[in-house]
Design a protein around this ligand. Structure first.
Ligand code: GLU
Length: 316
């Protein structure tokens, strides 16, 4: 359960009209940005999107789509949603001079816009996502974060908002002839993946004899492969496609996915932000905002826009 910054409710929170662009040259510093499009969205609909608790959103058709409680109200009162995201994953989250770019960052912005708050990004790596939420360092994690039972014990997930599949990246030309997960089950092939990921768990389970090296990020795995210290990198196909898009002459995708990785937006265990975010996602599915976010990020690597996955609203 998150530490509430305030229990006070009953405050009408209006979306900020001011766009505050924080300089974000330093990777270690959280990057805050405004949500001016959030205020535009509100005035375009002409309907009252916030209730007196500041936690209700009405759709363009006037139907109630997202309702929050005291956790949502506390974020609105603070005026900022703190989001943990990846900083080195092309297509999903890259910290650039103009801000964090990628699908996860865009999804986080949709949530911030709906709440009428600014978004403050900080870097999450695979292994620190649950601790970030458990220790109240962030309000939400948007970071290629697979929903699974083990994680669900300690955090909650909104979504899913995308479904990836674990795959393998090899050197261009595939010199080792790696065809799939079974090819990795060998002491002769060094495979790299990230600590604290389902990619590592799946590799250990499905290829127990693999020779494995790990880093905190996949970009370090790509570096290791570039230096000949690994013959393969395994993680979600869309993460690998992002890495390949940066070095198409060096790497290629095996394109033989062997798991399903439904991505969720992590929130603290028990937070009412979960159901609110589900409402934002549904609204984004219905309005086309989700598809636009996909096309402008993942879609730029040539991926066809999929149907968005069905949201799990159990308990909402
Ligand atoms: N989706 C997988 C996970 O959440 C792998 C990608 C990642 O580590 O971010 O563990």
């Amino acid at each position: 359960m998150r530490m509430r910054r305030s229990q006070r409710v009953g405050v009408v929170v209006m979306a900020s009209a001011a766009m505050i662009l924080a300089a974000c040259g330093d990777d270690a510093d959280p990057a805050t940005e405004g949500s001016d499009t959030g205020s535009e969205a509100m005035s375009e609909t002409g309907s009252e999107m916030m209730s007196e608790t500041g936690s209700e959103m009405m759709s363009e058709t006037g139907s109630e789509t997202a309702v929050g409680g005291e956790d949502v109200a506390a974020i609105q009162e603070a005026g900022t949603i703190r989001v943990g995201t990846k900083y080195d994953q092309p297509l999903f989250g890259v910290n650039s001079p103009s801000g964090v770019v990628g699908f996860d960052a865009e999804i986080a912005r949709l949530v911030a816009e709906s709440l009428g708050v600014e978004v403050e990004f900080s870097e999450a790596v695979s292994a620190n996502r649950e601790p970030f939420l458990e220790t109240d360092q962030v309000d939400m994690v948007a970071a290629t974060y697979t929903i699974n039972d083990e994680r669900d014990e300690v955090v909650d997930f909104a979504g899913p908002y995308y479904v990836a599949g674990q795959d393998i990246m090899v050197a261009a030309g595939n010199p080792e002839g790696i065809e799939g997960i079974d090819s990795l089950n060998s002491a002769d092939i060094t495979t790299c993946t990230a600590e604290g990921s389902t990619s590592l768990d799946n590799l250990n389970e499905m290829a127990p004899d693999a020779d494995v090296i790990t880093f905190d990020t996949y970009s370090k795995c790509a570096d290791a492969m570039g230096q000949g210290r690994a013959a393969a990198v395994t993680t979600d196909n869309v993460i690998l496609i992002g890495l390949i898009s940066e070095a198409p002459d060096d790497f290629e995708l095996v394109d033989n996915p062997f798991t399903e990785e439904p991505y969720g937006l992590g929130v603290p265990e028990g937070s009412d932000l979960r159901c609110y975010v589900n409402g934002v996602l549904q609204e984004a599915y219905d309005s086309g905002a989700w598809a636009t976010a996909y096309e402008e990020t993942v879609g730029t690597a040539g991926a066809k826009t999929p149907e968005p996955p069905e949201i799990n609203n159990d308990g909402c």
